[in-house]
Design a protein around this ligand. Structure first.
Ligand SMILES: *Cc1c(COP(=O)(O)O)cnc(C)c1O
Length: 351
């Protein structure tokens, strides 16, 4: 069965080998204060710089999940409150977590179908962070990267935080366009869950030290103090970090992955456009995600196709939340091979 679920996604077939190597080289019991761990942390950073173009002055921290990153942002990086731009369930969850920690948090829910105009955005003076769910996995929409760029130039004094949980590793991000980027590895990275990544710009680091929040196990000040020595603030998911290092060594540089991601999404979109029974979940082409495609249709069609696909060895991702019965989602992550992808497109064309 080939899984096209956007989360957790399928994992790389090289994983058993990585695991065997981790076992053989005593990585599994490595102490997180040991030289071995420190070298590994350093190597992940270097690979992020080489393969994903992480700027040299940005910091990379390990956490446990994207959800944890939401809380860290409110706790350590926000003064008064954040302003959330969201269209779907994950963006809404982030907004809710943030409101729980900082009651002044505000948000603007836009329709993923219509997008929004940066010109119309009005962010209250007191709110110091703009929170954007770049790739909304729940409804298969995206905030195009040039829009994030426009937001940054309109609000140069605010920090921009971007949830790229289901796009980092699949599309090329210009990290300079925001201050806080985060993901977890069980989506676009094609690895098992349990590891989060938090990336901070110099401006975000400066703000964290101005705010000076400390005392929590995941206070940014404490995390950075440990990261200065390539160590972590608690015994981390060493295996997950090892997998990430091995994977980053093996994957192509993001520019190539990005090109392939876009080409394949275009192919999928052409199929949707050519068949009457499929409709895009997100109608505005610009706001359609490049890494997750949402197809909507009659409830009966959606139910039937999911069942039929399974009989052909294809596991389609279910719709999320309110879209559960009227849509399905297809992950277009680098972990999916071109051969698997072709099976899917052949199937969708035929069905
Ligand atoms: C999956 C997902 C999350 C939550 O990730 P966890 O690792 O489960 O915390 C957050 N944001 C987006 C956009 C997601 O797709």
């Amino acid at each position: 069965m080939i899984s096209f679920s956007p989360g957790p996604s399928q994992v790389y077939p090289a994983l058993p080998q990585y695991f065997q190597d981790a076992y053989n080289h005593h990585v599994l019991s490595a102490n997180h204060r040991s030289k071995m761990f420190m070298n590994m942390y350093q190597e992940v950073i270097q690979l992020f710089q080489e393969k994903l173009h992480l700027p040299a002055d940005y910091r990379l921290l390990f956490t446990s999940s994207a959800t944890e990153n939401w809380e860290i942002i409110s706790q350590s990086l926000t003064k008064e409150g954040s302003y959330h731009l969201y269209s779907g369930a994950f963006g809404k969850k982030w907004f809710d977590y943030a409101t729980n920690i900082l009651p002044h948090t505000a948000g603007f829910k836009f329709s993923a179908d219509e997008g929004f105009q940066v010109n119309d955005l009005d962010v209250p003076e007191a709110l110091d962070i703009i929170a954007i769910t770049q790739n909304e996995t729940a409804n298969a929409s995206q905030v195009p990267l040039h829009v994030i760029e426009e937001i940054r130039s309109k609000f140069p004094h605010k920090l921009i935080a971007v949830d790229t949980t289901s796009s980092m590793g699949g599309i090329e991000l210009d990290f300079h366009q925001a201050d806080i980027w985060f993901a977890s590895v069980q989506k676009c990275f094609g690895l098992p869950s349990g590891l989060g990544i938090l990336i901070l710009s110099p401006k975000a680091l400066k703000k964290a030290s101005e705010i000076g929040e400390h005392g929590r196990y995941n206070s940014v000040s404490f995390m950075v103090e440990n990261a200065d020595n390539y160590q972590t603030h608690y015994t981390p998911n060493v295996l997950g970090i090892y997998f990430l290092m091995r994977l980053l060594k093996d994957v192509e540089e993001i520019h190539f992955l990005d090109k392939r991601t876009r080409q394949r999404m275009q192919e999928l979109e052409n199929i949707v456009a050519s068949k009457d029974k499929y409709r895009y979940l997100i109608k505005m082409p610009e706001f359609r995600s490049r890494t997750v495609l949402g197809i909507s249709g009659e409830e009966s069609l959606i139910g039937d196709i999911k069942k039929d696909a399974e009989q052909h060895g294809i596991l389609l991702g279910s719709g999320y939340g309110g879209y559960k019965t009227t849509s399905f989602r297809v992950a277009n992550f680098p972990v999916i091979s071109d051969e698997q992808f072709k099976k899917l497109t052949d199937y969708l064309k035929e069905y």
